[in-house]
Each structure stands twice: as C-alpha cells, then as structure tokens.
Write a protein that binds this ligand. Structure first.
Ligand code: G6P
Length: 582
C-alpha cells in the first residue's frame, strides 16, 4: 500500500528512483512522483501508472539525491495534485500509511494553504510548523508519535539541508539499504536488490538520517543506535519475469518448486513444526487469500487433530471480543508480513496467548512480533493476486495438521504431489477461459474444503478479470442465490471429497435444471461420465495434499480469462499487494 523509495549517493538519482519505484509498483499504481535535489528541490508527479511519470522525467538530470512514491489512494482521489511528494514550507515528503487525526491537525495549521485532499499534506504542514519552531528535524520527528494517530513511513527532504534524507516509521514498513553507490530507503527488500543485498531493519519510532556516505539511526530519546546489517539471501533474478508474459503466470508455474522448498526442511527433520496438541482452541487470523488458506487449515486441524479452530478475517477480529486465554493458540498468516489489520490483531493478543506466524517475507513486521515464525519459501511474489504464497501457506498448515496427528504416508503423498503438480501445469485451461470470458457473473460452488477453494477461485477470477464471481457452499445456493441462475449462467463446481460428492452433485443438478452451464472440477478417483456437466477438469488424487492440486486449474482459469479480457493481470485496478492501511 504505497511504495517509498529514496536514494542518496554517487550515481544519478532519477534512474535509480524509477527502478526502485518500478519494483514497488505492486504496492499501488494510482499515481507516482519524485522529488530530487539540484540547487533546489524539484518535484515531478503524475496520475496513473509509473509509465506516465517516466515520460516526464529526464534520467540524465544532474541529481544525486531524491525521494519517490507510488500511490494507492486512501484520502483524496487518484489525481496529480494528490500524488506524492507533498511540499509545505521547508518540508518535502513521501508517506505510506494513514494519518487518522489529520482533520483535527488541520484545524491547528490554518496558516498553511493546502493544495491536495490528502492526510499526507497535513503532515507536511505539521512537520514544517514544528521545524520552523526549533530547527532540529531529528527532534521534531521524535515528537511525531505524540501528535499523530495512525501509521506512517516517511521519507523527508529539507530546503535547507540538500545533502540529507530523513525518515521515520510507525506501523508501516521501511528498510534502509547500504551499497557502494550510496544509501537507500525502501518499502521492501526486493526493491533494493538491483543495487545491494545489505539492509537494516527499522523499528517503530526510530529516526533515520541518510547522507551519501553515512547512515545514522536514533531511537526516540535521540540516542544513536548501532543496528545490525543483514544480507538478503536472494538476487535480482528472483524478482525478474524471466520468459513469462506475466508475473502471475511465472508464480503459478513456480508452485512445485516453492512448495518443495517450504516443506522439505520439515520432512527432512531439519526444522520442527510446533506442537499444537497442547492448546484447547486455535484461532487463525488473516486477510484475503491468506484467510482462505486459513480455512483449509481449520478443516485439516479439526479433522486430524480434533482441536476446535476458528478462522477470522483480521479486520473483524481486531474489533471483536476474542475469548482467548493461555490455552489458545493464534496463528497469523500473511505473505507480506506487513498487512496492517493482521499486525494489529497480533499486537492485540500477543501478551495473552501463544502466537505463530506463517509468513513469507523474512524479518517482516509480523515475523518479528510473533512468538514463533514459520517461513513459507515462496520467494518474492510480485503479482498482486497471490498464487504461490497461498499454496505454500496451505502446504504448511496441512503439514502442521498431519504432524500433530501422526498421520502416515506424508512423504509418499508429498512426492506424488510434486510429480502431479508438474504434470498438471502442462495442461491448457484456456478453453474454459474462452467459455466464461464474456460473462458478467460466474458462480463457484463446493462443500467442505472444496468450498474454501471455491472462495479462492472466485476471488482470483474477480480480482484480475473483473467478472463478478461469487462462491457459495453448494448446499446453501437454494436459500437465495439460486434465483440468479438463468440460461447459460456459468457454474464452476468443485468436487474432490468423496463423502460430499453425491450431495454436491445434487446441487449441481439443481443449477443445471435452471439452465446453468456447468464446469465440473473433480479427481481421477471420483471421475465418472455423466450429463450433469458441460465441461470437465479431472485432476490427480492426493489423500493429503488435494487442495494444492485442485487450485492449479482454478488459478489458470482466472489467469487465462483475465488475459482474454485484456486485463492488466499483474496490477489489477484499485488493488495493492501489501495492504498496510486499515
Ligand atoms: C492483499 C493481496 C492478497 C492477499 C492479502 C493479504 O489483498 O492482494 O493477495 O491475500 O492482501 O496479504 P498478506 O500479505 O497478509 O498475505
């Protein structure tokens, strides 16, 4: 949710800022802007994707310091005026986060005339006012926490100090990177990999002063900190599209490899999974697809470990009574490890009960705050719609359930899974995409685990192809939604559970009787010839890892449909990958 990229060093800054913003564009692409220093501060910003900004900048400009921003609009529409950077008085800044009390602050800042509708510009006024009063920006930043409600990662430059960048963060991600060519600030690590793999993590309320050859970090009492420099275990290749047309396709095809990387350390005994049998109840908290992965976790933990498990959307859990105590385990699932609502839930419960994070991004905020972290090894995921990170989350949750119930044959099922995934990925599902590409609505139905896959399939389809797709528990359709089925309505039905097969098939027939065109997804074991479907996809069976196979055609149907509809697959409209605002 908004990307920040700042650089000061010995190379020309504009190409570096553009490179960095390009890799952060998944965080928002409503508008973008940069501020750079020559003999003064210059600002260029533009509405829309980064390509619009690129047309306006001169990459040869003699500038060696700049701050950049790619925006996902929260306050104020996505136009040029609301784009960052914002300048007020001596302060020019870029911001990722939300200033919740900006309306109250505005009343105290009547001497300033605001150009935009953003909370960020109000913050620029506030910082400028405080800076005019005591001329020490480090001190000013150390007081922000007392004045501002909300979240912020800020990159700041000053009219009267053209050699420095200042920064602070609270509840929004920001890292520092150091290299031979200069120093950087970025919203995430992949964005710096073209230049360096050396980075420093920032904690909330730490203040940064960057010059071309010095990094100084202060705590809020203004003590200088000596922070660890980490080396990122990855290269720029990890974040390149290689020969794929889209990142999403590349990431779908990476699934056998990343699932293997995620599970093997546990299967080999190199790493241990947590003992969950000691808890009376488990809560799983997440957002988006990670929530859908959590739903699979619930089914498996309840079925195999017999522990009552509840899955909650983080933005709901955050404001509910949670009924937790020492016998509760709360599992947080997050690809980015930065999702604001998930992080807020963690902060809410972590002193009451044990917490585990299933996290993809190493050392991210949630990974650092949970009691125990299990990393998924999906690697960098760039496409906004998650695929491989979701599968790795499902893989880990499955293994937790099986290890805690001493299930047998895990290794056999795992080996078969990897083989079958590779074969399944050779199939072409564009025929199904062609069938639904003109539709306004598509239904996904299923029961049990198949319903959770229907939820994920429907989310994938709507987020990237913009077809209004809904997922329904197959048995629930007749309680209302079946009224929307008419001649030629497409129903994608998932049936992989033999115990629920007949029930779901009855529900499929109910839709067929009302004119639906049915795309039936089932397994080799359950497959049979019949007349209740129009198209059939048969996937291999797997006793323990079935969802990881079932999801493949579902992801590819969404991908091919979006492609046929000419959508921007990796950057669907209105979305952002890492949601660091409430
Ligand atoms: C966004 C992404 C989803 C993701 C969700 C949760 O909405 O577009 O793909 O599932 O956030 O993100 P997290 O990083 O916490 O898994």
């Amino acid at each position: 949710m908004c990307g920040i990229y700042c650089y000061v060093g010995k190379k020309k800054a504009i190409p570096i800022l553009i490179d960095g913003l390009t890799s952060l564009e998944y965080r928002g692409y409503d508008s973008a802007g940069i501020a750079y220093v020559t003999d003064k501060i210059n600002i260029i910003k533009e509405k829309g994707k980064l390509t619009n900004l690129i047309k306006l900048v001169d990459k040869n400009t003699d500038t060696y310091l700049g701050i950049g921003h790619t925006r996902w609009a929260t306050h104020g529409s996505p136009n040029k005026v609301n784009a960052h950077p914002h300048k007020q008085g001596s302060i020019t800044l870029v911001h990722n986060g939300i200033i919740e009390n900006y309306q109250e602050l505005k009343k105290l800042l009547t001497n300033y005339s605001l150009k935009s509708e953003t909370d960020t510009e109000v913050l620029a006024c506030l910082i400028d006012k405080l800076y005019q009063e005591n001329h020490n920006i480090i001190k000013v930043l150390s007081k922000l926490n007392e004045l501002i409600k909300g979240s912020y990662a800020l990159g700041i430059i000053l009219d009267d100090d053209l050699n420095s960048i200042y920064a602070i963060k609270k509840n929004s991600p920001l890292i520092i990177a150091k290299s031979d060519i200069g120093n950087f600030l970025a919203s995430d690590i992949p964005a710096i990999l073209k230049y360096t793999n050396q980075y420093i993590l920032l904690n909330d309320n730490e203040i940064v002063h960057l010059t071309k050859d010095k990094i100084t970090i202060y705590d809020k009492r203004l003590n200088v900190l000596n922070k660890d420099v980490y080396t990122y275990d990855g290269t720029i290749e990890d974040v390149s599209k290689q020969n794929y047309e889209h990142y999403m396709l590349k990431e779908i095809y990476e699934q056998p490899e990343v699932i293997k990387n995620t599970l093997l350390p546990f299967l080999n005994g190199d790493q241990k999974l947590p003992n969950i049998k000691k808890y009376k109840q488990i809560h799983i908290v997440a957002c988006g697809s990670a929530y859908h992965a959590g739903l699979i976790g619930k089914y498996l933990i309840e079925k195999y470990c017999h522990i009552e498990t509840k899955v909650e959307i983080a933005s709901e859990y955050r404001y509910q009574d949670n009924f937790i105590d020492k016998k509760t385990l709360v599992i947080f699932i997050s690809q980015s490890g930065e999702t604001a609502d998930t992080l807020a839930c963690l902060k809410k419960v972590k002193d009451i009960c044990d917490t585990i994070g299933i996290i993809n991004v190493f050392n991210s905020s949630i990974a650092r705050e949970v009691k125990e972290v299990i990393y998924t090894k999906a690697g960098c995921e760039i496409a906004v719609a998650t695929t491989k990170a979701y599968s790795c989350q499902v893989a880990i949750l499955s293994l937790i359930a099986y290890y805690n119930s001493k299930t047998e044959n895990i290794l056999n099922n795992f080996n078969k899974l990897i083989q079958d995934l590779n074969n399944l990925l050779k199939n072409d599902y564009s025929k199904i995409a062609d069938l639904i590409k003109m539709d306004e609505k598509v239904f996904y139905i299923g029961r049990g685990i198949d319903y959770t896959l229907a939820l994920e399939g429907s989310l994938k389809l709507k987020e990237i192809s913009y077809i209004n797709s809904v997922a329904y528990p197959a048995g629930e359709l007749k309680h209302g939604t079946i009224s929307l089925i008419e001649n030629d309505t497409k129903v994608i039905a998932i049936v992989t559970d033999k115990n629920l097969k007949d029930k779901t098939i009855s529900n499929i027939k109910e839709t067929k009787a009302r004119g639906a065109k049915v795309i039936y997804i089932t397994t080799t074991f359950l497959d049979e010839e019949s007349d209740f479907y129009d198209e059939k996809i048969v996937i291999p069976d797997n006793q323990l890892f079935q969802p990881l196979l079932t999801i493949i055609p579902i992801q590819l149907i969404a991908y091919h449909t979006a492609k046929l509809r000419g959508c921007d697959i990796d950057k669907p409209k209105n979305l952002a990958k890492s949601v660091t605002v409430e």
